[in-house]
Design a protein around this ligand. Sequence first.
Ligand code: NI
Length: 400
Amino acid sequence: MSGLLLDKIKKQAAECQNDLVRIRREIHQHPELGFEEHKTSALVADVLASLGLKVQRGVGGTGVVGLLDGQEGRVIALRADMDALPIQEQSEKPYKSRIPGRMHACGHDANTAMVLGAAMVLAPLRERLSGSVKFIFQPCEEQGPGGAQAMIQASALEDPPVEAIIGIHTFPLLPAGVIGTRPGAVMAAVDNFRITILGEGGHGASPHLSRDAIVAAASAILSLQTVVSRRVNPLDPAVVSIGTIEGGSRPNIIADEVRMTGTVRTLDEGLRKEMPRLIKEVLQGVAQAHGVRYRLEYEEGYPVVRNDPAMARLCLEAAAEVLGSERAVTLEQPTMGGEDFAYYLERIPGCFLRMGIRDEEKGIIYPLHHPKFDIDEEVLSLGAATLAYTAVKILNRARG
Ligand code: NI
């Protein structure tokens, strides 16, 4: 029974491949930034409606929710993100971005196509589903506070209540068609900060009559690296990166102010809570040593993406059945990137899947957010089939 269904799902997904390429390219050519995904969400909603799903538009801003009603029973959700990035695409491909300075450089066009593909595969099978599947297309994953919270606040996980959620994202570190995930932490918590060093301006020839914010900032940057290397347990992963710095105006003027921004990544909630204090201690010491003042603004971002262990196992089993066991891999390590999928997982169990899209022979080798990022489109129907079959497996498990 299940074998027959698996064959049906694989066949149906393969038949959708051309449509999925067309949809992905349509979205790729018209990239929209977070909370501006008007065309993308209209396209998504139209496809879902054409499949006979109940469709809600404008959820959490520009989000879309589609409900495929199966037999009475539980509800599981599949989630994609729809936003693009402010990057100028460098590509000769005919389907490259038509919007200057905008690009789907994180593969959200493909994530959206794969989840739509799962809807195309499951819609004709609705009579055989022992529950319902909700398709969640959220706005704005790329920039905090992110679209996931907006979707949750707009009751995307309610009415009917969703009891598990699966997300999928392109992943250039794995070969095309290989799906990876792991139990527990799979991506890091993301917190950002802004530091202002406040000194006293003066003439560059008389540093002793001023308080040099530039030298204090230089010292702060180097000392902040000791938070991870000297204060944090070496067995607990953490990153502190300064991303921007600006200050000063002329070669012969001592700068009175330097502004910096940076990001902190952690995998442990306890350590995450400690990081602001550790950073503050460094800044206090540096400020005192240089006779300057400082301001630290610390902004909590996305939490750790933490997969439910049973869900991760189930997803990998499903992926192995669809793709072959060698193409369903348990990732040894999380990455220190972040994802607002974490917010769904704070409320209900689920799993975040990483779909390999790398193909060296086709020149598809670039990392996420690179101006030459692209995907091997062959993966679109594979992702759709895996998501569809995973949904069926979870619903059947619920029934058992
Ligand atoms: Ni992304």
